[in-house]
Design a protein around this ligand. Structure first.
Ligand code: AMP
Ligand code: GLY
Length: 427
């Protein structure tokens, strides 16, 4: 079986790595891929937004199954195009991907179906938004409605922060472009976050191991939000009881609601949860695997991911089970200097060959490229150093052991990945 994975980041490398270990022994190809994925199969330089190019690639390469990594092609309707051409593709269609593509749609949907989430209002103009702010006060959360690469949400602890966030999204010099033309202002939810992944055929679903992301750039959850600076799995915060509650109050009503509205959701539904004193509430939906969470979820998933995906496409997911993971995993993201602000690329990376000698660590390529045959940085998040082990502590140590071997000038990473999880495990 030939499988195409679309994307060029850590998530797609992690999916490729998992599929490469499938007993079904698929032939893997990537578009456009990265140097990490080159080790797993051929990479074709077709961009994820080049729908016609992808269609041609799949037809010429006789691809049996396409897996979409990033959200943009899903939100843009790649699944619709492939399905209209009789091709097998894993992911939600355009209408279903709106759960991630439009925060305003997602919030209204949750409202219609009684799914717990923060109270909110949407605005398109600065003055009404400011009036709402004066009424609500801080803390408050202000989000650009469209896709903003995980950086569109600003948690404002003071009125001043809120005022400048509104200015930056709705003011005359708005920075998010079109994404900022609609703004969601949300009640601040107090609690700890967890990421839950449901793999679904639109009716049945299985839950993959849970994870916890580290969204802020700095240790102790300080500084601006990023795409994710590290993760570990499973998340001890998500007890069996809480998982059952979230399935009952959030995941099942979400899938039922989408089906009832005539837009069944198929693929990976990633629910970002806040565990509040009143139970789990939705922070956000994503229509794809999480990054970096996938880098820790898939290595400890005991089942064959390819079989789960095929089962969901063939409508036999209800007969499969995912068992609780037996191991732990942690990933430390190594990011470029300046990230999540502007950063340089093309900086040489060293030490990766030394990671290969470690038995419990491996490197996931997130933003790398080859320059004159040598590996160099190509993005904000450059590498994910993944560690696995029989305990969370072992996994964290293995991840940092890997991180200690690689480097590039200006590399920044967090020193406290997994600490919150460890604190929960102390008897
Ligand atoms: P989002 O882009 O919606 O995923 O938000 C990014 C991050 O902002 C989340 O992971 C949370 O840490 C934080 N956040 C978003 N919405 C809220 C909220 N209503 N209350 C508290 N924190 C939030
Ligand atoms: N780790 C956050 C995301 O994938 O959106």
């Amino acid at each position: 079986m030939k499988v195409l994975i679309i994307g060029n980041g850590g998530r797609e490398h992690a999916i490729g790595r998992k599929l490469a270990a499938s007993p079904k022994k698929p032939t893997l190809i990537f578009a456009p891929g990265n140097p990490g994925m080159e080790e797993l199969g051929s990479c074709f330089s077709v961009a994820p937004d080049d729908f016609r190019g992808l269609l041609t690639l799949v037809q010429v390469q006789k691809v049996d199954l396409t897996i979409v990594g990033p959200e943009q092609p899903l939100v843009g309707g790649l699944v619709d195009l492939f399905e209209a051409n009789g091709l097998r593709i894993f992911g939600p269609d355009r209408a279903a991907a709106a759960l991630e593509g439009s925060k305003a749609f997602a919030k209204d949907f949750m409202g219609r179906h009684g799914i717990p989430t923060a109270g909110y209002q949407t605005f398109r103009a600065l003055e009404p938004a400011r009036a709402h702010l004066r009424e609500m006060g801080a803390p408050i959360v202000i989000k650009a409605s469209g896709l903003a690469g995980g950086k569109g949400a600003v948690v404002c602890m003071t009125m001043q922060e809120a005022e400048s966030a509104l200015q930056s999204m709705l003011g005359p010099k708005a920075v998010f472009g079109l994404a900022g033309s609609e703004v969601v202002m949300e009640e601040f939810m107090e609690g700890e976050e967890a990421s839950v992944f449901a793999l679904t055929d639109g009716e049945s679903f299985v839950l993959l191991p849970t994870a916890q992301d580290h969204k802020r750039i700095g240790d102790g959850d300080t500084g601006p939000n990023t795409g994710g600076m590290g993760a570990y799995a499973p998340a001890p915060l998500m007890t069996q009881e809480l998982l059952e509650e979230a399935s009952r109050t959030i995941i099942t009503p979400t899938l039922d609601g989408m089906r009832r509205e005539g837009t069944p959701y198929k693929g990976i539904l990633y629910v970002g949860l806040m565990i509040t004193s009143k139970g789990p509430k939705v922070v956000e939906y994503n229509c794809r695997f999480g990054d970096p969470e996938t880098q820790v979820v898939l290595p400890i998933l005991q089942e064959d991911l390819l079989e789960l995906i095929l089962a969901s496409l063939e409508g036999r997911l209800d007969r499969l089970k995912v068992s609780p993971p037996k191991e732990w995993a942690a990933v430390v993201v190594m990011a470029s200097k300046g990230y999540p602000g502007p950063y340089e690329t093309g900086i040489p990376i060293s030490g990766l060959e030394q990671v290969q000698s470690l038995s419990n660590s491996h490197a996931i390529h997130a933003g790398t490229k080859r320059m004159q045959g040598k590996l160099a940085t190509a993005g904000g998040r450059v590498l994910g150093m993944v560690g696995q082990g029989p305990t969370l502590q072992d996994a964290i140590e293995a991840a940092y052991e890997g991180a200690a071997k690689v480097g590039f000038p200006g590399a920044q990473f967090r020193n406290d990945i997994g600490k919150k999880g460890l604190a929960r495990l102390v008897p």
